[in-house]
Design a protein around this ligand. Structure first.
Ligand SMILES: NC(=O)c1ccc[n+]([C@@H]2O[C@H](COP(=O)([O-])OP(=O)(O)OC[C@H]3O[C@@H](n4cnc5c(N)ncnc54)[C@H](O)[C@@H]3O)[C@@H](O)[C@H]2O)c1
Length: 371
C-alpha cells in the first residue's frame, strides 16, 4: 500500500503521524511510505531518519495526498486539506467528528474512508488510542501544577515535596482513571501528600494496592470535596463520564473556601471541565486567576511535549496501521472488531451512530458497508 504522512498544519501541532520506527515496519513489509518534507521536525525527527528506513520525502502536502492510498496523521484535516482528499482515500487520524459538523460534511463530500483513533475500542470498552495521550496529560498535570504553585507564577509558593523538616504540598486528584493515576504517581514520587477521589470502589481498591504510602484513596462525594479543598495546594481534575460532559465537582462559590494561590489543573477541560470556572486555554496563554485561585485549563496538553507524545501515540497506532496496510481497511476491519469501531464515515455514509445522532443525519449500519 502507498502510505502518506503529511505535516500537521493545525495551530501549534508538532506531533507527526508516523515515526521512522513505524516507517521501517511498513517498508519492510513491502509498503511504500511518503513523508512530507519537514513533517517530523516538530518532534525532533529530520527527513534523513525517514529516508534511512526506505521512506521517500515529498516536497508539498499536495504531493502527499495525491500519492497516498492511506493518510496517517494526528489531528483531523483542516479546511485547506479538505479538497486534497481523494475519492476512496483512507484517513487514519483523530477526527472528533461529533463536535465538528463542517468536517463531517466535508469527509462525506470527499467520499473518504475515515477511521478515527478516538473510537477504536477494545472489547473491555477501553480506548487504546486515547490512553497514551491521557498518560501524557496526567503526568504533565503534576508538572504544570508544581510550576504554577511557585510564587512568581501567582501560586502559594510551596514546593511539592517539601524538604526535610518542612511538610510537603497537598495534592487532590479528582478521578482515579488513566489521567488521575499518572498524575498521582508523579505527585507521590515527588513526595507530595496525595489524595485520590473516585466513585468506582473497585478502582479505589486497585489504586490502594499499587500506590505508595503517601497516597490516600477516598470515595468521591460533594461533602468530602467541600472539606478537602480548604487545605489543598494543588487540585487536578481528571474525571470522565464516557459520552457526557464532565460533572462540576467544584463550583464557583467553592473557590472562596480555598486558600489564595491554590492551583487547579483541570485536565477534563476537553469534556467541559470538572471545575465550574474552567474554560479552555492554550499553551500560549495557559492560566487565568479567579478568586486568587490559579486555573490551568489547556485543552491539548500533550501538544506541548511532541517528542514524547509522537512516540507514545505511534506505539499505540502502529499495530493498527500495519493491519490496514497489509490487508486493506475492509479486510482489516472484518478481522479486528476493535479497529472496525474506528470507522466513522465510509464513502459518503456515516457509520458511527453517535456522529449521525449528533447532527441528526442518516446512519448506515457498519455491517452494510463491510460486506
Ligand atoms: N486536556 C488534555 O490535554 C487531555 C488529554 C488527555 C485526556 N484528557 C481528558 O481527561 C479526562 C480524564 O481522562 P481519563 O483517560 O483519565 O478517563 P478515565 O475514564 O480513565 O478516568 C475517569 C475516572 O473518573 C471517575 N469519575 C467519574 N465520576 C466521578 C466523580 N463524580 N468523582 C470522582 N471520580 C469520578 C471514573 O470512575 C474514572 O475512574 C477526560 O475528560 C479526557 O478527555 C484531557
Amino acid at each position: 500500500m502507498i502510505i502518506g504522512v503529511p505535516k500537521e498544519i493545525k495551530n501549534n501541532e508538532n506531533r507527526v503521524g508516523l515515526t521512522p520506527e513505524g516507517a521501517l515496519e511498513l517498508t519492510k513489509r513491502g509498503h511504500h511510505v511518503y513523508v512530507q518534507d519537514g513533517a517530523g521536525i516538530g518532534s525532533g525527527i529530520p527527513n534523513a531518519d525517514y529516508e534511512n528506513v526506505g521512506a521517500h520525502i515529498l516536497p508539498t502536502i499536495e504531493d502527499v495526498y495525491a500519492k497516498a492510498e492511506m493518510i496517517v496523521k494526528v489531528k483531523e484535516p483542516i479546511e485547506s486539506e479538505y479538497d486534497l482528499i481523494k475519492d476512496d482515500q483512507l484517513l487514519f487520524t483523530y477526527f472528533h467528528f461529533a463536535s465538528h459538523r463542517p468536517l463531517t460534511e466535508a469527509m462525506i463530500r470527499r467520499n473518504a474512508v475515515c477511521l478515527a483513533y478516538e473510537t477504536v475500542e477494545n472489547p473491555d470498552r477501553s480506548l487504546p488510542l486515547l490512553i497514551p495521550m491521557s498518560e501524557v496529560a496526567g503526568r504533565m498535570a503534576t508538572q504544570q501544577g508544581a510550576k504554577y504553585l511557585e510564587k512568581p507564577q501567582k501560586g502559594r509558593g510551596i514546593l511539592l515535596g517539601g524538604v526535610p523538616g518542612v511538610k510537603p504540598a497537598k495534592v487532590l486528584v479528582l478521578g482515579g482513571g488513566i489521567v488521575g493515576t499518572q498524575a498521582s504517581k508523579m505527585a507521590a514520587g515527588l513526595g507530595a501528600d496525595v489524595t485520590i477521589l473516585d466513585i468506582n470502589l473497585n478502582r479505589l481498591r486497585e489504586l490502594e494496592d499499587i500506590m505508595p504510602a503517601n497516597v490516600t484513596t477516598l470515595f468521591s462525594s460533594e461533602l468530602t470535596i467541600r472539606k478537602l479543598i480548604k487545605t489543598q495546594d494543588l487540585i487536578i481534575g481528571a474525571v470522565l463520564i464516557p459520552g457526557a460532559k464532565a460533572p462540576n465537582l467544584i463550583t464557583r462559590e467553592m473557590l472562596k473556601e480555598m486558600r489564595p494561590g491554590t492551583v487547579i489543573v483541570d485536565v477534563a477541560v476537553d469534556q467541559g471541565g470538572c471545575i465550574e470556572t474552567c474554560k479552555p486555554t492554550t499553551h500560549a496563554d495557559p492560566v487565568f486567576i479567579i478568586d486568587d485561585v490559579v486555573h490551568y485549563c489547556v485543552a491539548n496538553m500533550p501538544g506541548a511535549v511532541p517528542y514524547t507524545s509522537t512516540i507514545a501515540l505511534n506505539n499505540a497506532t502502529l499495530p493498527y496501521t500495519i493491519q490496514l496496510a497489509d490487508k486493506g481497511w475492509r479486510q482489516a476491519c472484518k478481522d479486528n472488531k476493535a479497529l472496525a469501531l474506528g470507522l466513522n464515515v465510509i464513502n459518503g455514509k456515516i457509520v458511527y451512530k453517535a456522529v449521525a445522532e449528533a447532527f441528526d443525519m442518516d446512519h448506515t449500519p457498519l455491517n452494510d458497508m463491510l460486506s
